[in-house]
Structure formats: structure tokens, C-alpha cells
Design a protein around this ligand. Sequence first.
Ligand code: AHR
Length: 657
Amino acid sequence: MIQLLRKLTLTCFLFVLAFSLESQIITVNVDKPKYAIQPTMWGIFFEDINFAADGGIYAELVMNRSFEFRKPKMGWAVKVKDKDSSHLLIINRGIENINNPRFARIKVDDESNPVCLINSGFRGMGITKDILYHFSCIAALNTSDALKIRIELVNSKGEKTGEAVINPSGNDWKRYTADIKATQTDPKSKLNIWFEGKGLIDMDMISLFPDNTWKNRPNGLRADLVQLLADMKPGFVRFPGGCIVEGYDLNGRYQWKKTVGDPADRKTIVNRWNTEFNHRPTPDYYQSFGLGFYEYFLLAEDIGAAPLPILNCGMACQFNSAEVAPMDEIDPYVQDALDLIEFANGSAESKWGSVRAKMGHPAPFNMKFLGVGNEQWGPQYFERYLVFEKAIKAKYPEIVLVSGAGPSPDGDLFDFAVKALKDTKADIVDEHYYKPPQWFKDNAGRYDNYDRNSYKIFAGEYAAQSDYTTSPKNRNTWECALSEAAFMTGLERNSDVVVMCSYAPLFAHLEGWQWTPDLIWFDNLKSFGTANYYVQKLFSTNKGTDEIDISQDGKLLEGDDGLFGTAAIDKNKKEIILKLVNTSGKEVSRVISLLTKQKLLEGVETTVLQNDNPEAVNDIENAKVIYPVEGKLSLKGKKLSVILKPYSFSVIRVKIK
Ligand code: AHR
């Protein structure tokens, strides 16, 4: 009897469960596309922070190649048996070459005592077995002397792993090159340059590049890092920042014209992140501008993304110096913007278009967007912005301008910006959000009620902070990434208003970072995507072309039971794409009803990111702790039963016949 009662109770329980599961229906209105999702919807934000450029994506292995750091010998050491420091002098030729005034003079006065100049790279040099390395320098020899230059790659134990010889001649500056094949892999290698014989030689622009740069380009980029970007299929690349655009002061601002042409003529300046944080000082962080505006445009083109340069608007960082150019001295800044449009889009015969053409790209880069100022605020910004807007729209009405809304997505500065931007009928407004994970979940509906007749939104910098913003303890936890996914469902659902989005910052060197969390981490040889990276990648590669309605009990999926969701169709691929984020620690079961007159095909594909531990992170040795897992689901007519695991982000793709 007791057993019978138990059986009955269990049956009733299962029935109730089945009933309640059945009643939890998510409805997707497939045949009523609401609005187009812009091709630019998901992009990337590149800033030279955390060794992202020099020491990172820019594949140059020599640090301080032209001796232009404030301490000109930084990154370099000299080895001689008799330890006489007069073997190396730094000469400053001053106004003769204002962009690259310094060079090294090496003296060898004893044939039996060769001098060695050593460069230790960016926390070492990443050297890979069997890869060819291109050494180059410009040098001028005192003609009466006979000196041989022997170049060695050495591993962290000091053992030679590659060698080449150069025999310089003549006292005029010449470029010398040599190729070295590495015999060993070591992320902490060094470059030894031996001067053998007797004499005096001047050296500058001492450089070492791997052959296997992205697309094998000279002066190129690290292929593994570009590949991670290309894999995201980003809709745009915003560059060069970030606060780097502003500079600590106006003198240190980013000036694009100084970053194009021959790399030897691009004036090295200190990187503003060098001394920004007392807890992460990076005294050897400079900008060689080897990765300059031409290379940024090329990168965007290579990975199929729209270029979005951001320019200084006559204001330095308001958190730092708060220096501004007076209004009657703003013209050169505006001219820089006009000239940049000509550099990117002008004919190869135009003044700035010809600079682009000479660098190897006669065809225009077809730039459509331009940012004026980074994270500026207050009346000073809008005063300056209006001058830019007037001049740019008068000459180039087709350019879509991106303006800033300050450092925070709320508060007085933000409210002031919103009013000013509405008044000026701004095109696209860049909002920044560095907030705790809960904020991202609470704000998935942020744009549901935004004014549809006003400007569009660029969610230009966002990242959930596991600790406080700028804390060195911030980690790329799964909880942070999942909360961003929840927020992103709201961005996508409002893609009639939100037209561009990018996580920030993008890159960080494991030994050279200043700011955390970051999307992609790397050392001198390896790189990996964080959980946040895979969230970004899944949204971007499953974007779809049109947003469609998804609801449960007539309500948006905005956090009830920890569930967030959005739906799109891809008219080209003929797919329904659902993105469902379960931020709760419990399994969530739902029946998804696809309302459509169209025929649906079997073979529903799923991609799931999941981990039971919200504190889980990927790291360089365990890069797949949170990693996309592919799967399949079966359709029952036009319904799908899904079980969303605890702490999971699922993408479901249903094919339409
Ligand atoms: O992404 C790091 C910094 O955060 C950016 O440089 C700046 O725009 C923001 O304050």
C-alpha cells in the first residue's frame, strides 16, 4: 500500500513537473523580422595599453630599437671583457633629425676584446624553432675601420640558437639586413650583436622581425594575435583607443600624421600607460608607432572590418592633466581630421591620399566612421565637438561621426552629454560601461526604452569588473563573461538603436599589463581567449541579419529565473539564431515554439559555453576551461525542447528550408 502511494505521489510529481515544463514556453516570431542588425554590430576596440602594440601585436622583437626612450639605453646592455662603458655612446643629432635624433656609437679598440650589444626584447623575445628572423639596422662605419657584425639569437640559458654575419662598409648611413633561422624555441630569448675587429660604428633602427607575420608582411603583425581577431569576424575596428588618443597631456596625445610613412621617421613617444598606475608601473612602455594609422587601416581591411579611427579633439585626459587647446587654436586638430579622411578615402593623387598610395595602398580604405574625442565630458567637449562636426559635415557629409558620452553610462556628466548630443542631433554616441556583473544583468533592458528618433548607440567600451574598476585584482571570470552575455542580448534586441559594440580593453601581455580584465592575453609566444572572448566571438559569428521577437508569457527574456535571450534570423544563411543565457546556478528547461509558415530542417546546431563555477577562468596553460562545445538538438514539428545548463550561454541555429 505504502509502495502504491509512493508510486502515485511520484507519478503526480512527474506529471506536475512535465506540465510545468510544458507551460514554460518561449515563443519566437520567425516570420516578422523587426529591424536589420547592422554589419558593424559587434566589433573590436584596439588600444595600445598592456603592451598591445609594441611588445604585442606589432611583431618587432627589439625594444627601444632607435634609442629614443627617455633613458636611451633602456632595453639594451653592453658586454665587453674589460667592462669599459665608453664602448657605447648615445649621440643626439638634434635638429638634423628631429623625429629620430639618437643613435648608438660603438667603439671596439681591441681586436681580442669584441663588444656585444644585447637587447632583451619585451620581457624577453619569443623565438620559435625553424622560423626565419629578419634582422635589419641602419649603420655608418668609420671607413678606415674594418668591423664585422655578428648577430646571434641566444636562449634564456645564454646558448646560441641562430647566427648571421654582416660586413658593413662606408661611412654613409645604409640599411643592412641578415636572416637567421632559429634552432630552438624560447620565449625569453635575447639578441646579441657582436662587433668584431677594430673601429667605430654608428647604429640605429636595430630591428628583428619573425618572417611569419600576419600575411608575411614586413613591419608586420603577430599572426596568432591577428588570427584571434579575424576569428571573431568583427564588424569594425576602433583604434587607437581609448585614453591613448587623449594623452596624459596634449603633448603626449596621439597624432596620426606622426605615425605614417617610413617607420624610422615616426617619432617615438612615451606611452601614457607607462606611469598611470602606481600599482603597475611600466617604465619601459613607449610608442614606436611601428603600428601606425596605415597599419591599423590595413588590419581592419585584412579582417573584413570597417575602420573606426578616434581622433583627439583638442583635449588631453580629463582624469590626468585636463589640458585643453584654446578654442582659437583648435584649427590644426580639425585639420588633422579632414586630412585623415583624405588619407583614408582620397585619390592617390591627393596630398594625403598619395601618402597612403606611396605606402602601398593606392585604393582608398573606404572609411565611413570617424570618432571625435574619446571619453571626454563637460561643456569643453561639446564646444570643441561642434567645431569638428561643422567642418567635417561641410566637406564630407557622408562621414558618420562618433561622439563621446563621457566615462560613465550614468550620472551628471552623462546626463549633460545626453542633452548636448540630442541638441546637436549627433550620429552615433559612444557609451562606456565598466561595472560589476550585477549591473550588466540589471541593465539588459537599458535600451528597451531609448528614444527611437534620436542618435544611435555605440556601446564602445564595456567589461564586467570582478573587483572595482582599474583594480589589479580584476579577473576574466566566467561570471563576468556571462553577465556580459546577458547584457549583450539586450544590445542585440535593440539593434535598431545600438549599432556598434566592443569589449575593452582588447589585449594584455601577461608580464606587461596595466589594466585588467582584458579580452585576449598573451606572452611572447602564446595567446589565449578569455571566457569574455568566446562570448564576444559567439555573438559576432552568430549575428544574423534581422532581429525577431522572442518572449515568454508575453514578456521579454530579461532575467526571470536568471534567463536572458534574443533571437535573429540570417536571411543569407537561412537560419533562425537563438541566444539564451542562463545566469542562474540551476538547470532551466524550456520548450521553444518557432512560429513560422516556413519549413524547418532537422539538424539543429548548438554551441554552448558553460562552467559550473562562476569563478572559473581560462589561462595560458588551461585555455579551454570555458570553451565553445558544439552539439545537436532535434525538432519536434516546430518546437524544440531545451535544457539550459547552470551558468551557460547557448547559441541555437535552426535551418529554414
Ligand atoms: O579601456 C581602458 C580605458 O578605459 C580606456 O583607455 C578609456 O577610454 C577608458 O577609461
